[in-house]
Design a protein around this ligand. Structure first.
Ligand code: ADP
Ligand code: MG
Length: 314
């Protein structure tokens, strides 16, 4: 089977079995001593060419092409943001995510990608510059106002970060119990709806504990929880890290499905350049405290900039 056929199989709902099969293949591959990471350099450019030429990207292009020309409303704006802890972390960082866009943030570890998500969530406030959500400057807000802004956003934390002692149902119900006045029946209906959206069978998984699920299923539950309260904005921190290529494809498709069907505006921090090229409307590359590139995947692939070329594997 080719990768694409395997992806198709996963899409048709056989993803649990397929994921387990992929986990086994991955284990076999490691035993062979041929780790995927070692083959990365040689294949990254080829993978990017595939993604840019793929049918899915072409289909997606109608929504993703030149968002500035469509003049969709800005949903997330970072305007000359400066932030330091002991040392400066972000210096003069600006970018805009428009309605329905998927912005991917890439860069080496420790460059401030997770910090950028925390600024958008208003878990951090910049020392200079401002962050606007839906046109509202969120720099100076009361505690209640900050909570209201945060409620517009669904966050998928690194490693899914589910509550281990709670069932899948309670994990997804948690934000609804915290932030809404929904009745028990409404909560159950919502949990079922979100599990179905992420291609999990509610009757099978609702009562399970996170530890009983595969890695890919846990990520899907994390996404279902993030979207439980119907947010306009979704933020993902490394949603595919630690997953095999098959499951990475499934999660990438899910992020694209949220954009396509719900017109959600997303910011995705990711190491996986192949899935970034598949889902991004625009890519922000962070390096040494600054955004050194902000543009479409096509523009990034065509760039002559040496840092970008090195970053993409030569
Ligand atoms: N709360 C904090 N206090 C001090 N330094 C921090 C804090 N959070 C992150 N940092 C530092 O800020 C830098 C960027 O961190 P982070 O945004 O997590 O990077 P990335 O997600 O790109 O790997 C790192 O050098 C990290 O050590
Ligand atoms: Mg991080």
């Amino acid at each position: 089977m080719s990768d694409d056929q395997r992806d198709d199989a996963a899409r048709r709902g056989t993803s649990d079995a397929a994921e387990r099969a992929a986990e086994k293949r991955e284990a076999d591959r490691r035993r062979d001593g041929r780790r995927i990471t070692e083959r990365k350099g040689e294949s990254v450019r080829a993978a990017i060419r595939d993604e840019l030429a793929g049918d899915e990207r072409a289909e997606h292009a109608a929504e993703t092409q030149a968002p500035t020309e469509r003049e969709a409303a800005p949903v997330i704006e970072l305007d000359h943001v400066y932030l330091a802890f002991d040392q400066p972390i972000l210096q003069d960082v600006s970018f805009t995510a428009r309605q329905g866009e998927t912005i991917c943030i890439v860069g080496e570890s420790g460059t401030g990608k997770s910090t950028t998500l925390k600024l958008i969530l208003r878990l951090l406030v910049p020392e200079k510059g401002k962050v606007c959500i839906g046109g509202q400057d969120i720099t100076n807000l009361t505690f209640e106002e900050a909570l209201a802004v945060r409620q517009k956003m669904g966050m998928v934390f690194q490693g899914a970060a589910l509550f281990d002692s709670m069932s899948v149902f309670e994990n997804i119900a948690y934000p609804l119990r915290e932030h809404t006045a929904l009745t028990e029946d409404e909560i159950e209906a919502r949990v079922r709806e979100k599990l179905e959206f992420v291609d999990l069978d509610p009757d099978r998984v609702m009562d399970q504990l996170p530890s009983e699920l595969s890695g890919g299923m846990r990520k899907r539950v994390g996404i279902a929880r993030g979207m439980a309260d119907n947010p306009q904005i979704m933020l993902y921190d490394e949603p595919t890290s630690g997953l095999d290529p098959l499951t990475t494809g499934t999660i990438t498709r899910l992020i694209m499905k949220l954009q396509r069907e719900l017109n959600v505006t997303s910011v995705v921090v990711s190491h996986d350049i192949r899935s970034v090229f598949r889902m991004a409307t625009r890519i922000a590359v962070l390096n040494e405290r600054r955004i050194v590139f902000f543009g479409t995947p096509e523009e990034m692939a065509a760039s002559d900039d040496q840092y970008l070329r090195d970053f993409l594997g030569g």
